[in-house]
Write a protein that binds this ligand. Structure first.
Ligand SMILES: *Cc1c(COP(=O)(O)O)cnc(C)c1O
Length: 289
Protein backbone atom coordinates (compact mmCIF):
# COMPACT_ATOMS: atom_id res chain seq x y z
CA UNK A 1 0.00 0.00 0.00
CA UNK A 2 1.13 3.53 -0.84
CA UNK A 3 2.65 5.19 2.23
CA UNK A 4 2.90 8.76 3.42
CA UNK A 5 4.32 10.59 6.39
CA UNK A 6 1.98 12.24 8.85
CA UNK A 7 3.73 14.03 11.72
CA UNK A 8 6.82 11.88 11.54
CA UNK A 9 5.03 8.54 11.16
CA UNK A 10 5.06 6.41 8.05
CA UNK A 11 1.47 5.23 7.55
CA UNK A 12 -0.83 3.97 4.80
CA UNK A 13 -2.29 6.72 2.65
CA UNK A 14 -5.86 5.73 3.54
CA UNK A 15 -5.13 6.00 7.24
CA UNK A 16 -4.25 9.71 7.07
CA UNK A 17 -6.73 12.35 8.16
CA UNK A 18 -6.46 16.09 8.66
CA UNK A 19 -8.58 18.23 10.99
CA UNK A 20 -11.06 20.44 9.09
CA UNK A 21 -9.82 23.36 11.19
CA UNK A 22 -6.25 22.87 10.04
CA UNK A 23 -4.90 26.34 9.24
CA UNK A 24 -3.41 25.06 6.02
CA UNK A 25 -6.91 24.12 4.89
CA UNK A 26 -8.60 27.29 6.14
CA UNK A 27 -5.97 30.00 5.57
CA UNK A 28 -3.26 28.45 3.42
CA UNK A 29 -1.18 29.00 6.56
CA UNK A 30 1.74 26.77 5.72
CA UNK A 31 4.66 26.06 3.44
CA UNK A 32 5.77 23.30 1.10
CA UNK A 33 8.62 21.87 -0.93
CA UNK A 34 8.82 19.62 -3.97
CA UNK A 35 12.01 17.55 -4.14
CA UNK A 36 13.03 15.58 -7.24
CA UNK A 37 13.82 11.89 -6.99
CA UNK A 38 16.05 10.38 -9.67
CA UNK A 39 17.01 6.73 -9.44
CA UNK A 40 15.56 6.57 -5.93
CA UNK A 41 17.80 9.41 -4.71
CA UNK A 42 16.90 12.93 -3.56
CA UNK A 43 18.22 15.68 -5.84
CA UNK A 44 19.52 18.82 -4.08
CA UNK A 45 17.83 17.72 -0.85
CA UNK A 46 20.03 19.94 1.31
CA UNK A 47 19.16 23.09 -0.63
CA UNK A 48 15.44 22.27 -0.48
CA UNK A 49 15.57 21.81 3.28
CA UNK A 50 17.52 25.05 3.69
CA UNK A 51 14.78 26.88 1.81
CA UNK A 52 12.11 25.06 3.83
CA UNK A 53 13.59 26.31 7.13
CA UNK A 54 13.94 29.77 5.64
CA UNK A 55 10.25 29.83 4.58
CA UNK A 56 9.28 28.58 8.04
CA UNK A 57 11.29 31.26 9.80
CA UNK A 58 9.71 34.02 7.71
CA UNK A 59 6.29 32.85 8.89
CA UNK A 60 7.29 32.03 12.49
CA UNK A 61 6.29 28.45 11.79
CA UNK A 62 7.86 25.76 13.93
CA UNK A 63 9.47 22.76 12.24
CA UNK A 64 9.96 20.25 15.03
CA UNK A 65 12.59 18.20 13.21
CA UNK A 66 16.23 18.71 12.31
CA UNK A 67 17.30 18.57 8.65
CA UNK A 68 18.93 15.22 9.43
CA UNK A 69 15.70 13.82 10.89
CA UNK A 70 13.67 15.09 7.94
CA UNK A 71 16.11 13.60 5.45
CA UNK A 72 15.93 10.22 7.17
CA UNK A 73 12.12 10.33 7.16
CA UNK A 74 11.94 11.32 3.49
CA UNK A 75 14.45 8.67 2.46
CA UNK A 76 12.45 6.03 4.33
CA UNK A 77 9.31 7.21 2.52
CA UNK A 78 10.97 6.99 -0.90
CA UNK A 79 12.25 3.50 -0.07
CA UNK A 80 8.91 2.44 1.39
CA UNK A 81 7.09 3.42 -1.79
CA UNK A 82 9.80 1.95 -4.00
CA UNK A 83 10.00 5.24 -5.88
CA UNK A 84 12.56 5.50 -8.67
CA UNK A 85 11.70 8.62 -10.70
CA UNK A 86 9.30 11.13 -9.20
CA UNK A 87 8.87 13.73 -6.52
CA UNK A 88 8.46 14.05 -2.79
CA UNK A 89 5.93 16.66 -1.68
CA UNK A 90 6.45 18.08 1.84
CA UNK A 91 3.96 20.34 3.59
CA UNK A 92 4.01 22.01 6.99
CA UNK A 93 1.01 23.92 8.34
CA UNK A 94 0.48 25.84 11.56
CA UNK A 95 -1.89 23.06 12.59
CA UNK A 96 -5.44 22.92 13.88
CA UNK A 97 -7.05 25.56 16.07
CA UNK A 98 -10.40 27.30 16.45
CA UNK A 99 -10.67 29.59 13.44
CA UNK A 100 -9.27 33.07 13.94
CA UNK A 101 -6.85 34.89 11.68
CA UNK A 102 -4.07 35.68 14.15
CA UNK A 103 -1.76 32.89 15.26
CA UNK A 104 -3.35 30.54 17.78
CA UNK A 105 -1.84 30.50 21.28
CA UNK A 106 -1.36 26.79 21.00
CA UNK A 107 -1.20 24.70 17.89
CA UNK A 108 1.06 21.98 16.67
CA UNK A 109 2.70 21.99 13.27
CA UNK A 110 1.16 19.41 10.97
CA UNK A 111 3.65 17.73 8.65
CA UNK A 112 2.62 15.70 5.64
CA UNK A 113 4.85 14.16 2.99
CA UNK A 114 3.99 11.89 0.11
CA UNK A 115 5.56 10.70 -3.13
CA UNK A 116 4.37 10.69 -6.72
CA UNK A 117 5.86 8.94 -9.69
CA UNK A 118 6.82 11.48 -12.33
CA UNK A 119 8.88 10.85 -15.43
CA UNK A 120 11.23 13.49 -16.78
CA UNK A 121 9.37 15.62 -19.40
CA UNK A 122 11.63 14.38 -22.19
CA UNK A 123 9.49 15.42 -25.14
CA UNK A 124 9.14 19.01 -23.91
CA UNK A 125 12.80 19.18 -22.92
CA UNK A 126 13.64 18.29 -26.51
CA UNK A 127 11.17 20.54 -28.31
CA UNK A 128 10.45 23.29 -25.79
CA UNK A 129 7.13 24.65 -24.59
CA UNK A 130 4.96 27.67 -25.31
CA UNK A 131 4.07 30.21 -22.65
CA UNK A 132 1.62 33.04 -22.11
CA UNK A 133 2.40 36.39 -20.55
CA UNK A 134 0.31 37.42 -17.59
CA UNK A 135 0.35 40.25 -15.06
CA UNK A 136 1.85 39.12 -11.74
CA UNK A 137 -1.01 39.67 -9.28
CA UNK A 138 0.56 37.79 -6.36
CA UNK A 139 1.32 39.17 -2.91
CA UNK A 140 4.67 40.80 -2.10
CA UNK A 141 6.29 37.83 -0.31
CA UNK A 142 6.89 35.58 -3.30
CA UNK A 143 10.21 34.60 -1.66
CA UNK A 144 8.25 32.31 0.67
CA UNK A 145 7.16 28.93 -0.73
CA UNK A 146 3.78 29.25 0.94
CA UNK A 147 0.55 27.33 0.39
CA UNK A 148 -1.16 30.55 -0.73
CA UNK A 149 -1.06 29.83 -4.44
CA UNK A 150 -4.18 31.42 -5.92
CA UNK A 151 -2.22 33.94 -7.99
CA UNK A 152 -0.07 31.10 -9.29
CA UNK A 153 -3.14 28.91 -9.88
CA UNK A 154 -4.88 31.59 -11.95
CA UNK A 155 -1.72 32.22 -13.97
CA UNK A 156 -1.24 28.51 -14.73
CA UNK A 157 -4.94 28.18 -15.59
CA UNK A 158 -4.54 30.95 -18.18
CA UNK A 159 -1.59 29.00 -19.62
CA UNK A 160 -3.65 25.80 -19.71
CA UNK A 161 -6.59 27.51 -21.42
CA UNK A 162 -4.21 28.72 -24.11
CA UNK A 163 -2.63 25.31 -24.61
CA UNK A 164 0.61 26.51 -23.02
CA UNK A 165 2.96 24.87 -20.53
CA UNK A 166 3.66 27.91 -18.36
CA UNK A 167 2.61 31.50 -17.66
CA UNK A 168 5.42 34.05 -17.54
CA UNK A 169 4.46 36.75 -15.07
CA UNK A 170 5.40 40.43 -15.14
CA UNK A 171 4.93 43.40 -12.82
CA UNK A 172 4.47 46.29 -15.21
CA UNK A 173 7.35 46.08 -17.67
CA UNK A 174 9.48 43.78 -15.52
CA UNK A 175 9.37 40.00 -15.97
CA UNK A 176 9.38 38.29 -12.57
CA UNK A 177 9.00 34.50 -12.84
CA UNK A 178 6.73 31.69 -14.01
CA UNK A 179 3.73 30.45 -12.05
CA UNK A 180 5.87 27.63 -10.65
CA UNK A 181 9.25 28.24 -12.25
CA UNK A 182 12.01 30.83 -12.66
CA UNK A 183 12.60 32.53 -16.00
CA UNK A 184 15.91 33.02 -17.83
CA UNK A 185 16.66 34.73 -21.12
CA UNK A 186 19.82 34.50 -23.22
CA UNK A 187 21.06 37.49 -25.23
CA UNK A 188 24.38 37.49 -27.10
CA UNK A 189 25.53 34.43 -25.16
CA UNK A 190 24.77 35.98 -21.78
CA UNK A 191 22.12 34.68 -19.38
CA UNK A 192 19.84 37.07 -17.53
CA UNK A 193 17.46 36.22 -14.70
CA UNK A 194 15.54 38.25 -12.12
CA UNK A 195 17.66 38.91 -9.00
CA UNK A 196 16.62 37.45 -5.66
CA UNK A 197 14.11 39.66 -3.88
CA UNK A 198 10.66 39.46 -2.34
CA UNK A 199 9.23 39.29 -5.88
CA UNK A 200 10.49 35.82 -6.83
CA UNK A 201 11.01 32.43 -5.27
CA UNK A 202 14.63 31.40 -4.88
CA UNK A 203 14.36 28.29 -7.05
CA UNK A 204 16.69 25.40 -6.29
CA UNK A 205 16.96 24.62 -10.00
CA UNK A 206 17.84 28.30 -10.52
CA UNK A 207 20.59 27.88 -7.91
CA UNK A 208 21.90 24.74 -9.63
CA UNK A 209 21.94 26.56 -12.99
CA UNK A 210 23.81 29.55 -11.52
CA UNK A 211 26.31 27.14 -9.96
CA UNK A 212 26.81 25.37 -13.30
CA UNK A 213 27.34 28.74 -15.00
CA UNK A 214 29.99 29.67 -12.46
CA UNK A 215 31.84 26.37 -12.84
CA UNK A 216 31.60 26.48 -16.65
CA UNK A 217 32.32 30.21 -16.79
CA UNK A 218 29.12 31.01 -18.63
CA UNK A 219 28.28 34.71 -18.24
CA UNK A 220 25.17 35.42 -16.12
CA UNK A 221 23.59 38.60 -14.88
CA UNK A 222 21.08 38.49 -12.03
CA UNK A 223 19.24 41.60 -13.16
CA UNK A 224 15.70 42.51 -14.01
CA UNK A 225 14.69 42.41 -17.66
CA UNK A 226 11.65 43.78 -19.46
CA UNK A 227 8.92 42.19 -21.55
CA UNK A 228 10.59 43.78 -24.57
CA UNK A 229 13.93 42.13 -23.71
CA UNK A 230 12.10 38.83 -23.34
CA UNK A 231 10.63 39.04 -26.84
CA UNK A 232 13.99 40.25 -28.24
CA UNK A 233 15.93 37.43 -26.55
CA UNK A 234 17.88 34.84 -28.52
CA UNK A 235 16.65 32.12 -26.17
CA UNK A 236 14.39 31.75 -23.17
CA UNK A 237 13.88 28.95 -20.70
CA UNK A 238 12.19 28.26 -17.40
CA UNK A 239 13.62 26.25 -14.52
CA UNK A 240 11.98 24.17 -11.82
CA UNK A 241 12.31 20.91 -9.95
CA UNK A 242 9.89 19.12 -12.27
CA UNK A 243 10.69 21.04 -15.52
CA UNK A 244 14.50 21.13 -15.10
CA UNK A 245 15.95 23.41 -17.84
CA UNK A 246 12.89 23.82 -20.07
CA UNK A 247 13.17 25.73 -23.36
CA UNK A 248 10.43 28.29 -24.05
CA UNK A 249 10.15 28.60 -27.82
CA UNK A 250 7.10 30.81 -28.12
CA UNK A 251 5.33 33.38 -25.93
CA UNK A 252 1.82 34.48 -26.82
CA UNK A 253 1.95 34.61 -30.66
CA UNK A 254 5.64 35.33 -30.91
CA UNK A 255 8.52 32.96 -31.47
CA UNK A 256 11.55 33.45 -29.24
CA UNK A 257 14.78 33.49 -31.26
CA UNK A 258 14.59 30.83 -33.95
CA UNK A 259 11.49 29.29 -32.39
CA UNK A 260 13.59 26.27 -31.40
CA UNK A 261 15.52 25.47 -28.20
CA UNK A 262 18.73 27.52 -28.31
CA UNK A 263 22.38 26.48 -28.08
CA UNK A 264 23.01 27.87 -24.58
CA UNK A 265 19.83 26.22 -23.28
CA UNK A 266 20.95 22.90 -24.79
CA UNK A 267 24.37 23.24 -23.23
CA UNK A 268 22.84 23.87 -19.80
CA UNK A 269 20.54 20.88 -20.22
CA UNK A 270 23.64 18.77 -20.82
CA UNK A 271 25.39 20.02 -17.69
CA UNK A 272 22.18 19.57 -15.69
CA UNK A 273 21.90 15.96 -16.85
CA UNK A 274 25.50 15.42 -15.69
CA UNK A 275 24.50 16.55 -12.19
CA UNK A 276 21.61 14.08 -12.22
CA UNK A 277 23.85 11.29 -13.40
CA UNK A 278 26.42 12.09 -10.71
CA UNK A 279 23.65 11.67 -8.14
CA UNK A 280 22.38 8.35 -9.39
CA UNK A 281 25.84 6.94 -9.99
CA UNK A 282 27.15 8.00 -6.61
CA UNK A 283 28.15 4.95 -4.62
CA UNK A 284 29.30 6.72 -1.48
CA UNK A 285 27.66 5.65 1.72
CA UNK A 286 28.25 8.97 3.45
CA UNK A 287 25.48 11.35 4.44
CA UNK A 288 23.17 12.26 1.57
CA UNK A 289 24.69 15.28 -0.17
C1 LIG B 1 8.82 26.17 -6.57
C2 LIG B 1 8.78 27.41 -7.41
C3 LIG B 1 9.80 27.73 -8.32
C4 LIG B 1 10.92 26.78 -8.70
O1 LIG B 1 11.68 26.36 -7.65
P1 LIG B 1 12.49 24.99 -7.73
O2 LIG B 1 13.09 24.89 -6.39
O3 LIG B 1 13.50 25.13 -8.82
O4 LIG B 1 11.50 23.91 -8.03
C5 LIG B 1 9.77 28.98 -8.93
N1 LIG B 1 8.75 29.84 -8.72
C6 LIG B 1 7.73 29.54 -7.89
C7 LIG B 1 6.64 30.53 -7.71
C8 LIG B 1 7.71 28.32 -7.23
O5 LIG B 1 6.68 28.03 -6.41
Amino acid sequence: MEKLILNGKLIGREQASIDIEDRGYQFGDGIYEVIRVYGGRLFANEAHLRRLYSSAEKLSLDIPYTAQELTEQIEALVRGNGLDTGIVYLQFTRGAAHRKHSFPEKSETVFVAYTNELERPLHQLEHGIQAVLTEDIRWLRCDIKSLNLLGNVLAKQKAAENGCGEAVQHRGEIVTEGSSSNVFIVKNGELITHPLSNLILNGITRQVILDICEKQQLPVREETFTIRQLFDADEAFISSTTSEVMPVVQINDQKIGSGKPGAVTRKLQGYFKERMDQLTKAITTGPAE
